[in-house]
Design a protein around this ligand. Structure first.
Ligand SMILES: N[C@@H](CCC(=O)N[C@@H](CS)C(=O)NCC(=O)O)C(=O)O
Length: 352
């Protein structure tokens, strides 16, 4: 009995330790399970659910057959290429500015890819993470050429300004006019189409939004040349995809999809030469296209994940040019969105 006590003690300690380890293991398994949740849900569903804008030429717009296109849409398609090797496996959910973050938070979409500005409070208040900056933008002003002769935003004192609710645009506008001691009349809309109608019919003098979105709207006006976009840019609008906090595995996939597209452009790998790239002996090209290393397996995909994106959607530059670039309907020069080694600030960490 006397000798058995320590034995008992020892075994109970072991049991305690063992159960502790099991508990820790269970916690770890739970965490890993939670991390893989979004990707598993997407795979089980057979489709990615992507939140986009309700309609913005060049970014996300659906045609009369319900087929979506645009820069933000292509990012969703790149994710579908990486996951399914099939860009059609995406359901697009159009969301206006006021509802987008709540819909993501509520789990109605897997990712938001919709000209959304990365701010601190959007992450902290809604429990979200921006995954990177796919488009560096800034807020500007557009006005009817005929109504006023204005050369700078500082000449806009007393103007009626159309703005969409639930945007950084609205708060920047207030800051800018307050900081410059100017008055303005805000004309606020929840639905973009209503705002555009109001501006076109002269209910307001000025339309303010991110500059890319002003280009987008102007391209659809009957006489685009009758509208001028002022040179002033009053804010930083880093636009990027957004996911819910708590699923790091999914965050990695969304983040590295953007970086893979940038790295592809930097390395000269494009949809038209992807087959040659798969034969390349260059180490960084091999790691990108998956002929070396196992980057895809590391994020729950196949090792050709980036090659699929490049083949089916293209590199960052191809996507930019097709939807927004000087050859497209919008004709927006690359500017800040040029690669870091070509005068811009798009800079992706390496895949290695
Ligand atoms: N980048 C700004 C503005 C984004 C935004 O929603 N802009 C409006 C005005 S052009 C828009 O895209 N509306 C489209 C829609 O509601 O579907 C933000 O994140 O708040």
């Amino acid at each position: 009995m006397i000798r058995s006590k320590p034995v008992l003690f020892k075994s109970s300690l072991l049991a305690t330790l063992a159960s502790g380890c099991l508990a820790a293991a269970a916690v770890l398994a739970g965490a890993a399970g939670a991390q893989a949740q979004t990707l598993n849900t997407i795979k089980d569903r057979g489709q990615l659910v992507c939140g986009v804008s309700t309609g913005l030429t060049g970014f996300s717009i659906s045609d009369d057959k319900g087929s979506w296109s645009g820069f933000d849409v292509d990012f969703c398609r790149a994710l579908a290429a990486a996951i399914f090797n099939d860009t059609s496996k995406v359901k697009f959910v159009p969301l206006n500015a006021s509802e987008r973050f709540n819909e993501l938070k509520a789990g109605k979409i897997d990712v938001l890819s919709r000209n959304s500005t990365w701010t601190m409070s959007r992450e902290t208040e809604f429990g979200l993470n921006f995954t990177g900056v796919t488009y560096y933008d800034g807020q500007g002003f557009m006005l009817h050429k005929t109504t006023r002769s204005v050369e700078s935003a500082l000449d806009l004192g007393g103007a009626k300004i159309c703005v969409q609710a639930g945007t950084t645009t609205q708060t920047n506008l207030a800051d800018y006019f307050r900081a410059n001691n100017l008055k303005y009349e805000e004309v606020k809309f929840t639905v973009l189409a209503d705002l555009v109608k109001a501006y076109e019919s002269g209910q307001c003098d000025v339309f303010t939004s991110d500059v890319s979105q002003l280009h987008s709207e102007r391209a659809n006006f009957a006489k685009p040349a009758d509208h001028v976009i002022l040179p002033d840019v009053i804010s930083k609008e880093p636009l990027g995809p957004v996911v819910r906090q708590g699923d790091d595995g999914w965050l990695e996939i969304v983040k590295w999809t953007h970086f893979a597209m940038l790295n592809a452009e930097e390395l000269g790998v494009a949809s038209k030469n992807i087959d040659q790239a798969l034969q390349s002996a260059k180490p960084d090209v091999k790691r990108l296209v998956g002929t070396d290393g196992n980057s895809g397996e590391q994020i729950g995909l196949t090792n050709d994940w980036a090659a699929r994106i490049i083949r089916l959607v293209g590199n960052y530059g191809e996507v930019y040019d097709r939807n927004l670039g000087v050859g497209s309907k919008l004709g927006i020069p690359r500017g800040l969105n040029q690669l870091w080694n070509a005068g811009g600030i798009q800079y992706a960490p390496p895949i290695r």
